[in-house]
Structures are given as structure tokens and as C-alpha cells.
Design a protein around this ligand. Structure first.
Ligand code: AMP
Ligand code: ZN
Length: 114
């Protein structure tokens, strides 16, 4: 399958690894919008949040455990945000489920009105 994040998980495309366990891989976003901007992806391909089912949803809990751990390690005690874009209206550009961990500055309103 021609999937950018599968290739990153497999090491075929280089990434700046932040965290890895049996279920998930986390790496620096190539175009950070804040001092901390890390992407968390399941190692096993899921196209997006719309493809989460009873069969594969356990990995989401595992990913959130990893996010909370990394947020602490990165010193984001003042707050942070997790974003998961799903589909065209949300601006999803990579169709492998991912969670953006964003922090390190005040983040403003959650969604712009545009
Ligand atoms: P989304 O727009 O929610 O699908 O997020 C995709 C994210 O992947 C964007 O924030 C991109 O900057 C990021 N991205 C794209 N290619 C790479 C790459 N090779 N390494 C790290 N991050 C990437
Ligand atoms: Zn994939």
C-alpha cells in the first residue's frame, strides 16, 4: 500500500522518532505549528478516525496513553491539544489515522471561524 505513514513506521522514509511501542509510533511533524508538534500513528494501518471499529479501537487508548506520557516528558504541564483531522472538510492530508500533539505556547481558539 502506498501510504506515507506506513512507510515512516517501516523506516522506509526517515522521521524524527519521539516514541515507539508495540502499538504506536510517534515522530516530529515536518511542518510544526507550535514548539511541540508530534504525530502519533498506529503501527497497523487505519485510514482515519472514520475507520475506527470495535475490532481496532483498542489502539486509540494505547495511543492516548503514549500521548499523555510524551506530553509530560516534553514539559507541557500548562496545557496541550490533540487534533485528529478526518476527511476533506477537516483538512486531512494523510490517510493513515494520526493524532497531532500540539503545545508549548498558548493555542488560542480551537477552530477558526473560516
Ligand atoms: P493532516 O493534515 O491532519 O492529515 O496531517 C498530516 C500532517 O503530516 C501534516 O501536519 C504534515 O505536516 C505532516 N507530514 C507530512 N509529511 C510528513 C513527513 N514526511 N514527516 C513528518 N510529518 C509529515
Ligand atoms: Zn498507512
Amino acid at each position: 500500500m502506498d501510504c506515507l505513514f506506513c512507510k515512516i513506521v517501516e523506516g522506509e522514509i526517515p522521521s524524527k522518532k519521539v516514541y515507539e511501542d508495540e502499538y504506536c509510533y510517534a515522530f516530529e511533524d515536518i511542518a510544526p505549528i507550535a514548539p511541540v508538534h508530534i504525530l502519533f500513528v498506529p503501527k497497523k494501518h487505519i485510514g482515519g478516525a472514520c475507520d475506527i471499529t470495535a475490532e481496532n479501537s483498542a489502539v486509540v487508548g494505547k495511543i492516548y496513553e503514549a500521548i499523555a506520557k510524551v506530553a509530560k516528558e516534553k514539559g507541557l504541564g500548562n496545557g496541550w491539544r490533540v487534533v485528529s483531522n478526518n476527511g476533506p472538510d477537516a483538512g486531512q492530508t494523510v490517510f493513515h489515522l494520526h493524532f497531532h500533539l500540539i503545545g508549548g505556547r498558548p493555542l488560542g481558539v480551537m477552530v477558526s471561524e473560516e
